[in-house]
Design a protein around this ligand. Structure first.
Ligand code: NAP
Length: 350
């Protein structure tokens, strides 16, 4: 090794390349380590959601599952008297209940078991809803209203990304249908339940930094011409912020707030629809994994926006890493937000 270094320093071209590469590698490792240490702020544990009824879309995996778990830890258990028959004895017994609700399309029961294994007294209700189907959303809302008379926290978390051109059952481009339209209809149909929240309700919209890389032409939003999946995804995330912006105006004077956020770049299976995903995951993941947030870390900003006492009454803002952040110019366009709202009403038949 010493001889090699002597050779490197005696040979000027080789030496320059050698030291150049060493500098880049060491620099990357150092910067990476610093970034890793300071990359995530956590939502303080003492900020609670006791007594709240919480609805999370896409709660079965990724960021949604960890958001559900983090919130389950912040809800005081209440006790309920149950009859002896149910408990298998002859007497009455008391059982702990935590009103956390996770919603998912599939694999929801696994997530519920996972949450209950960490918070044994958690009550996690799994209800099915396919956000790509407006019928399914309507059906879900009916079922939800029959079960619960109020909703305190709605977290619009579910999403798809980088899907090859696909149409929803209602004929809309899939990113737009799931990430925006499904959540648009769900939120609008649940507004009465949210307004019934005694302490004030919060709507949390999980958007993405990707909204900054695109603009929206409403006339072309459902067009097949020149379809590029990452643009379609980014547009749907821009639509999330415009939706939150317009809804903030419509909810002015009510006890409901709405804010959007970027969760960070998180190690989940969000890109599972990408054709080369498996190869990518196998070859590149071990190298980039180090720079990604874990799903638990990715859930922190959603939890922060849902429970932070500092955000009581705060509406229409965008957050990243448990802090307010800036959005793109287009995401601040009130005319666009209004036009998108009008179009969404027509598309969902609201
Ligand atoms: N991961 C990141 O780096 C990142 C970065 C920025 C923003 N985000 C946003 O964070 C949110 C959560 O993503 P994630 O990373 O946790 O991804 P994920 O692990 O793939 O989770 C996505 C969730 O959405 C659900 N979902 C997909 N299609 C649905 C449909 N038609 N109806 C109902 N639910 C549906 C999935 O359910 P199934 O499993 O049953 O399909 C899953 O529970 C998304 O909105 C995403 O845009 C993520």
């Amino acid at each position: 090794m010493v001889k090699f270094m002597e050779f490197a320093s005696s040979n000027s071209i080789f030496g320059d390349v050698y030291f150049g590469i060493s500098f880049v590698v060491l620099g990357t490792v150092l910067m990476g380590s610093l970034w890793y240490m300071y990359r995530t702020k956590s939502c303080p544990k003492q900020w609670r959601a006791d007594g709240k009824t919480i609805l999370i879309t896409g709660g079965n995996t990724g960021i949604g599952k960890w958001t559900a778990l983090e919130l389950a830890k912040r809800v005081i258990a209440r006790t309920e008297t149950v009859s002896g028959e149910e408990e298998g004895g002859g007497k009455t017994a008391r059982r702990l209940l935590i009103p956390v609700i996770a919603i998912s399309v599939t694999r929801g029961e696994e997530a519920a078991e996972f949450i209950c294994s960490k918070v044994p007294c958690a009550l996690v209700t799994v209800m099915k809803m396919d956000l790509s189907s407006l019928n399914s959303v309507r059906h879900f809302v009916k079922e939800f209203k029959a079960k619960y008379d109020k909703l305190d926290i709605l977290i619009n978390n579910a999403g798809v990304a980088l899907v090859p051109l696909t149409r929803s059952e209602d004929g809309y481009e899939l990113h737009f249908a799931v990430n925006h339209l499904g959540h648009f209809l769900l939120t609008c149909l649940l507004l009465d339940q949210l307004k019934a929240s005694t302490e004030g309700a919060r709507i949390v919209v999980v958007s993405a930094l990707a909204h900054k890389f695109v603009s929206i032409n409403l006339k072309e939003i459902n067009s097949e011409e020149g379809y590029v999946s990452w643009k379609a995804y980014s547009r749907s995330k821009l639509a999330n912020i415009l939706f939150a912006r317009e809804l903030t105006k419509l909810l002015k004077g009510s006890n409901v707030t709405v804010n959007s956020l970027h969760p960070g770049i998180v190690e989940t299976d969000l890109l599972r629809h990408l054709v080369v995903y498996k190869v990518f995951r196998y070859c590149a993941w071990p190298f980039i994994k180090f720079f990604l947030k874990t799903p638990r870390e990715g859930a922190q900003t959603s939890v922060y926006v849902a429970v932070s006492p500092d955000l009581a009454g705060v509406s229409g803002k965008y957050f990243s890493d448990c802090d307010e952040a800036s959005v793109s110019k287009e995401a601040e366009d009130d005319h666009l937000a209004q036009a998108l709202w009008k179009m969404s009403v027509e598309m969902t038949g609201l």
